[in-house]
Design a protein around this ligand. Structure first.
Ligand code: ATP
Length: 614
């Protein structure tokens, strides 16, 4: 594919704000790609070269990009910088300067996506001191053959600022759109959808059929994505084999699985009413890790499917020594544990283990214990469909002797009193609370269901859980805070329906001076001119930012709000947090994994329920 085509689509996608139009454009783009190039088109549309878990980072500093632009356009660096100051976007700078370039290259050939991909890959893989000139040369070489529009996108990819707003969900919508015709040929599928439509009136059925079928195809795609988090390889299989391609995708050690998530209920009594006899485990406050063992090769993934293997050498070693089967995928919560005092360290200590440098030293100082809680795969078999009690039993058998990987503490009960007692014991030990688990439930990847229900120690206010919000902007601050450049944050929750971020709270407390400085630095890098198109907010911050960072927020309660858009329906007001305070930055969550509008509505209802004791 010529890069011109890709750049043309990016330009059109950037201009539309409706998600439906964006899906249509993506679907058209995917139609243009061959099966051997579609994976790359998918990655590049999200500003990447490979799925996130492969950790291919092109990260290229602005200074070097400026040099490449100067080299290719014939303008000197000072001029490039001056224009950058004015425009605030090096992509636009490259576009303008290449449009009136002073020198034209002798050897400019039309750019192919393949060539762009190859050069960017080389940039990503060259390391060390002498690598900068080579990287500049590789980028300048691409710019030499680029049209102004192509230059705009060529620059944004290595800078990590492409941000077309194409989330994973929209990608899958586009795949489903292209596969609708295939779906119509699948007799089983058609029968299933028709059966579901039976209750509807005859006239409605015809209208609804296509929509429902497309939704069903979309569900099938997502179910596979949940166990194989690589949209590129998924797209490739679908392109080659149509819907049948889905059958060729299975759980595989080394490719991350999206985690199952817990629902909330306000009391042990309600949990027992919902689940009956269930397993109850302590809720450890560390970070969730998925360990994949494939012979002696061990990979570790975070909650958001990043490859964090390098960070946890002691867990890699323990997986090799303690896990008795050849291959396995299991999950656990990793926590720094003080062997001497037999106490858990607080989260602030554990989080220090998430680092790129000084890993060995920290691993000695604060070794982690992995409290394993689920087994998804072992000895070549997918165990996700087994009832939890069986998976847990097998997990116990698979973990051999050792101190680093241990089973979570658990009881089985159908008594609310016993559950309460266990909850109190867990909290006394310094843990967060409990998670109750349905003994008969399958492992449901990528979804928040009642197969797991969490109950956390309550914070001071009425809210029994914290809320994870996404920063969408910041206020510059008044008085003393002017010196930090940041006085407060505007934050939002995720609306799954519209795939947008809806404002929920302005946060000004819970931040130390160091944190204000740090937040200002982080957020300045992702500034957005004007409101991002996937943000819905009536309130206007001083500076908008791209929805990227998730923070955990504690509050007294959820209230109805005339100003915030989360949960707002027509004339009906939205919701807000009363007295919100920042607890911590959630590095393990991406924006689409923040608390959802649906959860806020449900938390609001439960909160009233508790207060009135209904
Ligand atoms: P939270 O902010 O409450 O940690 P979350 O949104 O990260 O929530 P949830 O699914 O709501 O995720 O809560 C489950 C999380 O609790 C898991 O992701 C895991 O990190 C952690 N956890 C701690 N102990 C356990 C346990 N015994 N079993 C399962 N998960 C556990």
């Amino acid at each position: 594919m010529r890069f011109k085509i890709l750049a043309g689509f990016f330009d059109r996608i950037e201009k539309v704000s409706s998600r439906l139009k964006m899906t249509d454009l993506l679907a058209d783009l995917f139609k243009e790609a061959d099966s051997d190039e579609i994976a790359r088109v998918v990655y590049m549309s999200q500003g990447q070269l490979a799925p996130a878990y492969k950790q291919v980072e092109i990260g290229f500093g602005e200074k070097f990009v400026e040099e490449a632009i100067a080299k290719a356009s014939g303008y000197d660096k000072g001029e490039v910088q001056k224009l950058f100051k004015k425009k605030g976007d090096l992509g636009l700078v490259a576009e303008e300067l290449l449009g009136k370039r002073k020198q034209s290259s002798l050897f400019s050939a039309e750019l192919t996506m393949e060539k762009v991909f190859r050069n960017l890959m080389k940039i990503a893989s060259s390391e060390g001191k002498g690598s900068q000139p080579l990287k500049i040369k590789l980028l300048a070489e691409l710019l030499n053959s680029a049209s102004p529009l192509e230059a705009r996108y060529l620059i944004r990819i290595p800078l990590g600022s492409l941000r077309l707003g194409v989330g994973d969900s929209t990608m899958m919508d586009a795949f489903a759109k292209n596969l609708l015709a295939e779906g119509k040929k699948e007799k089983g599928l058609v029968k299933e959808v028709r059966a579901k439509l039976k209750e509807k009136k005859k006239e409605k059925r015809a209208d609804e059929f296509e929509r429902k079928l497309r939704l069903r195809v979309r569900e099938m795609i997502e179910a596979k994505y949940n166990v194989h988090s690589d949209l590129g390889s998924l797209a490739e299989k679908l392109k080659k084999h149509g819907l049948d391609g889905l059958k060729r995708i299975s759980i595989q050690p080394g490719v991350p699985i999206r985690p199952t998530l817990a629902e909330r209920l306000p009391s042990a009594k309600e949990i027992v009413e919902k689940l009956g006899k269930c397993a109850v485990e302590s809720k450890y406050d560390g970070f969730r890790l998925a360990v994949h063992k494939d012979g002696s090769k061990v990979s570790i993934f975070s909650r958001r499917q990043e490859n964090v293997t390098e960070m946890f050498p002691e867990i890699v070693e323990a997986a090799r020594k303690q896990i008795s089967v050849e291959d396995a995928i299991f999950e656990g919560e990793a926590l720094a544990f003080n062997e001497e005092t037999q106490e858990y360290y607080p989260f602030q200590v554990t989080i220090q283990r998430k680092r790129k440098y000084g890993i060995g030293k920290m691993a000695k100082e604060f070794p982690l214990t992995l409290f394993a809680f689920d087994l998804l795969y072992a000895s070549g078999k997918n165990l996700m469909g087994l009832p939890f009690k069986e998976r847990r039993e097998r997990l116990g058998k698979v973990i051999g002797e050792g101190k680093t990987i241990v089973l979570t503490d658990a009881i089985v009960t159908d008594s609310a009193e016993r559950m309460d007692q266990y909850f109190n014991e867990s909290v006394e030990k310094g843990l967060e609370g409990i998670i109750a688990k349905d003994l008969n439930a399958k492992y449901i990847a990528g979804a928040r269901k009642f197969s797991w229900i969490k109950l956390k120690r309550s914070y001071k206010g009425e809210l029994s859980d914290t809320v994870d919000t996404v920063i969408i902007g910041f206020f510059k601050g008044k008085g003393k805070r002017t010196q930090f450049g940041l006085g407060g944050l505007l934050t939002a929750v995720y609306d799954e329906k519209s795939r947008s971020f809806k404002s929920l709270a302005k946060i000004g407390t819970g931040m130390s001076e160091e944190m204000l400085v740090e937040l200002h630095k982080m957020l300045s890098k992702i500034k957005h001119s004007g409101k991002p198109k996937n943000v819905d907010s009536v309130l206007e911050p001083d500076v908008w930012v791209n929805p990227h960072y998730v923070i955990e927020v504690n509050a007294d309660e959820i209230t109805k709000s005339p100003v915030h858009t989360a949960g707002k329906r027509g004339e009906k007001p939205g919701f807000a947090l009363r007295f919100p305070r920042l607890v911590k930055i959630r590095q393990d969550k991406g924006p689409e994994e923040a608390t959802t509008v649906k959860e806020i509505v449900s938390m609001f209802k439960k909160q009233r329920h508790v207060k009135t004791g209904e």
